[in-house]
Design a protein around this ligand. Structure first.
Ligand code: FEO
Length: 397
């Protein structure tokens, strides 16, 4: 049996993308990404999701390799974001008789995106599609994981969950398909980064979905991105559970920006003091250069955040402002938080970060450090005090 046949009659027909540089036009892809698509072969054949349209011909070749001239009867659309749906129109031309299976929101979106309005089979929560041959798909709606139409397909006979974006990761598939065929350790950080950037706003819907799916005896998870999970299901579900509860592990992200190095010296002093106080892993990022997706990943991972910014045009320095906006957009309910900043003639950065903390309803660990003009021994002392307060809080819990 080829390794693309994950289980008897269940084929992986997805593709790797190692050339797109920005997922959603935003997020870096240093290890590529896979667009996963699956065939379920009973007496009838269902394809679950498609791939990004520039890879549509490869999807077709993979389908042909798996089933030859047999026709596809159903295309199940679990998720409409175009990285999974934009090959629908081309596939329809190849298989004009296939029925598109989706819920009411999906069907509306297919019309809106691709002008396809016929040959649809609408399904609702709990509906079943019997493929014959001992294979049937049951549909469960999990709205906002990651779009409002999102659903999963459950193949009860084999314990396989086709999970859409849930449990997905960045990172193309290096030859293997399942977690025991690839180097799974390569994907944990990419899963965190994927979650933080793509799904991170939707913690509550992810929690609801986990509860809804919690009763299923899941033995294989087939997500739309990254490896198929079998051996590591416990770890994967646990990670999604923790991330969607916004639960951070012990550690500090220190994110700052600096124009001429003065604010940077504050950051370096704070980081050194934290390390000396044994505050756990400390990740320092200069936001003018750091990959925003990596910074967000670590903010989701660790429980403490320290931010520093110079004042720029009577506002926050732009990369700092952008980071704070991204955090706000993801509604992260709590982080142990401290902040520091600088100005030359009119202070603004520290005030803006205080306003950010108020909007987030985060209680800062201590008063911020606000430095006027150049770095000095007095500023260094204030940074030591700030770091000591943060370390004390961390060591208390
Ligand atoms: Fe991979 Fe939300 O699409």
């Amino acid at each position: 049996m080829a390794i693309t046949e994950i289980l008897p009659g269940i084929h992986y027909v997805g593709v790797n993308d190692r050339t797109t540089t920005r997922f959603e036009g935003l997020w870096s892809l240093p290890c590529g990404v896979s667009y996963n698509s699956y065939l379920v072969v009973g007496e009838k054949i269902a394809l679950i999701d498609t791939v990004e349209e520039s890879f549509g011909s490869r999807l077709y070749e993979n389908i042909r390799e798996a089933i030859g001239d047999r026709r596809i009867d159903y295309l199940v659309v679990n998720h409409m974001e175009p990285d999974h749906s934009s090959s629908i129109a081309a596939l329809r031309l190849r298989y004009p008789e296939l029925q598109i299976v989706g819920n009411a929101k999906t069907i509306q979106m297919i019309g809106g995106y691709y002008g396809i309005c016929s040959g649809m089979l609408e399904v609702k929560e709990g509906d079943q599609l019997d493929l014959g041959g001992g294979k049937s798909l049951t549909f469960h709606l999990i709205p906002m994981v990651h779009w409002p139409e999102t659903m999963v397909s459950w193949l009860a006979e084999e314990g396989v969950l086709f999970s859409g974006d849930a449990f997905g990761t960045f990172g193309a598939l290096d030859g293997g398909i399942t977690d025991s065929q690839v180097d799974a350790d390569r994907y944990w950080d990419e899963m965190r980064r994927y979650y933080a950037c793509i799904v991170g706003k939707y913690g509550a819907p992810v929690q609801k979905a986990l509860q809804k799916l919690g009763g299923l005896d899941i033995r294989t998870i087939c997500p739309t991105h990254g490896p198929v999970w079998q051996r590591e299901i416990g770890r994967v579900v646990g990670m999604y559970d923790r991330m969607s509860r916004y639960e951070g592990e012990r550690g500090v992200v220190l994110a700052y920006a600096s124009m001429y190095g003065n604010t940077e010296q504050m950051a370096e002093r704070i980081a050194r003091e934290l390390a000396e106080a044994g505050a756990g892993p400390v990740r320092v990022y200069n936001l003018s250069y750091a990959d925003p997706s990596v910074v967000l990943r670590d903010i989701f991972r660790f429980d403490t955040l320290i931010v520093g910014s110079p004042t720029y045009n009577a506002e926050l320095f732009p990369p700092v402002e952008e980071l704070l906006r991204r955090i706000e957009a993801r509604c992260i309910p709590q982080r142990r938080f401290a902040f520091f900043g600088s100005f030359t003639w009119a202070a603004a950065a520290v005030r803006r970060m205080r306003e950010f903390a108020e909007r987030m309803k985060w209680t800062p660990v201590c008063e911020p450090v606000e430095m006027k003009q150049g770095y000095s021994s007095a500023a260094a002392e204030c940074c030591r005090t700030l770091a000591a307060a943060v370390a004390r809080e961390m060591n208390r819990e």
